[in-house]
Design a binder for this molecule. Structure first.
Ligand SMILES: Cc1ncc(COP(=O)(O)O)c(C=O)c1O
Length: 352
C-alpha cells in the first residue's frame, strides 16, 4: 500500500474536499455493463434532460473534464481571430489558467480593474470605444465569474444589465460558473434566474467544487452557438471516451437539488467562519462574504502561526489578505475549531 498523507480540514479550496457520496454512488451505478462511448449513452441523455430542466428547453450542454477546458471551448465558440475578451482583472481566465485563452484561442484578454471582482457597464464603457477600429482587437465577449474570484455574487439585475448592454453592442456575455451553485444558493434563486433568464449567452458550469469528482460543462443558452461545440470540445481534448461516468456525476448533483444542498451548506460554513472572527483586533474582511469564501486581512504573525497547522492560501501578501474556502463537507465543528485557533493566533499576536 502506498503511504497516504491526509490533512485536517483544509480551508484552502473547495477543490481540496472529497467527493459527495451520492456522486460516488452515481459513478458506481453507471459502472454496469458496457455502454457506447463519447456520450452516446443513456447517462448522458439523462444528464442533458437534467440541464434542460434547470436552464430551460433551449439549453444545450457539453460535459467536460475541467473548468479551464470549459472556458476555452465556450469562448472558442464565439471568438474570431481578431477578437478580445473583456473580463475582471481578477478573472480565473486571466490569472489562473496559464494563459490558456491567449495560447489556445489566440485571443486578447482585456483585464478590467474592479473593487470586489465584479464589473459593471460603467467599467467597460471606455474599452468599447475601439469597436470598429481595425487597429484594435475587437471586444467580442464580456466574461464574468459567478461567484467571482473574490467570493462575491452578481444579482440577477446586475447580470441582466450587463447582458442587455453586451447585446446592444453586438457582444456575448459569458459566465464562468465554476461556483454557480454557491451564487444561486446565496441569492436564494434558481440557477436559471442568473443565467438563462438574465440573458447570459454561454455558461461554464462547475460541478467539481460542488461535490463532483471531476465534472464540468458548457451550457449554451443560444441555439446558434451549438453547431461547432462538438468539434471544439474534441479538438480541445475535453471529450471523455467513457463519458457516462462524467455525465452521471452532473446528473447526481442536479437531481433532487443536491447542488443547492451542498452549496447552501458550504456558504453557511463560510458565514459561520466570518462571524467567528468578527471584531478581532487587527482583523477585517477584504470582500463581503457572499458565498463559500472568506477573505480576511490578518496580522502577519497570525498567518504564519495558522499556516503551521492549516492549509489555506495567502491571497495578497503585500496586504496580508488570506483566502479561506469552505465546502459541502466542512462541518460546524471544524469551523469552530479553526475559528478558536484563529482567535488564539490573533489575540496572542495582540498580547505580544
Ligand atoms: C472561477 C474559476 N473558474 C474556473 C476554474 C476551473 O479550474 P480547473 O480548470 O482547475 O477545473 C476555477 C478553479 O479553481 C475557478 O475558481
Amino acid at each position: 500500500m502506498p503511504t497516504v498523507t491526509t490533512f485536517p480540514k483544509s480551508f484552502a479550496s473547495d477543490n481540496h474536499a472529497g467527493v459527495h457520496p451520492a456522486v460516488l454512488a452515481a459513478i458506481v451505478e453507471a459502472n454496469t455493463g458496457d455502454a457506447p462511448a463519447y456520450g452516446a449513452d443513456s447517462w448522458t441523455r439523462a444528464m442533458e434532460d437534467a440541464f434542460r430542466a434547470e436552464f430551460g428547453d433551449r439549453a444545450t450542454v457539453y460535459a467536460m473534464f475541467n473548468g479551464t477546458g470549459a472556458n476555452i471551448v465556450g469562448l472558442g465558440l464565439v471568438l474570431r481571430p481578431y477578437d478580445a475578451v473583456l473580463c475582471p482583472a481578477t478573472a480565473h481566465i486571466n490569472t489562473n489558467e496559464c494563459g490558456a485563452a491567449e495560447r489556445l484561442l489566440g485571443t486578447k484578454l482585456i483585464p478590467i480593474p474592479t473593487e470586489n471582482g465584479k464589473i459593471t457597464v460603467a467599467d467597460i464603457h471606455d474599452a468599447l470605444s475601439v469597436l470598429g477600429n481595425e487597429h484594435h482587437s475587437q471586444p467580442r465577449v464580456i466574461s464574468i465569474s459567478q461567484v467571482t474570484e473574490c467570493g462575491t455574487c452578481y444579482t440577477p439585475e446586475e447580470i441582466a444589465e450587463l447582458a442587455g448592454f453586451a447585446h446592444t453592442r453586438g457582444l456575448f456575455l459569458h459566465m464562468d460558473g465554476a461556483r454557480l451553485a454557491n451564487a444561486a444558493a446565496e441569492l436564494g434563486c434558481p440557477m436559471r434566474a442568473i443565467t438563462t433568464d438574465a440573458g447570459v449567452d454561454l455558461l461554464s458550469f462547475g460541478g467539481t467544487k460542488n461535490g463532483a469528482m471531476g465534472a464540468e460543462a458548457i451550457v449554451l443558452l443560444r441555439p446558434e452557438l451549438d453547431a461547432p461545440a462538438l468539434f471544439l470540445r474534441k479538438q480541445n481534448m475535453q471529450l471523455a471516451s467513457k463519458m457516462r461516468f462524467v455525465s452521471a456525476q452532473l446528473t447526481a448533483l442536479l437531481t433532487g437539488g443536491l447542488w443547492r444542498e451542498n452549496a447552501t451548506h458550504a456558504n453557511a460554513m463560510a458565514h459561520r467562519l466570518a462571524d467567528g472572527i468578527a471584531g478581532l483586533p487587527g482583523v477585517s474582511l477584504r470582500h463581503p462574504v457572499q458565498s463559500n469564501a472568506v477573505f480576511p486581512v490578518l496580522p502577519e504573525k497570525a498567518i504564519v502561526e495558522l499556516q503551521r497547522r492549516y492549509l489555506f492560501h495567502v491571497w495578497d501578501a503585500t496586504e496580508n489578505v488570506v483566502r479561506w474556502v469552505t465546502s459541502f463537507d466542512t462541518t460546524a465543528d471544524q469551523v469552530d475549531t479553526f475559528t478558536a485557533d484563529v482567535r488564539l493566533a490573533v489575540l496572542g499576536e495582540a498580547d505580544g
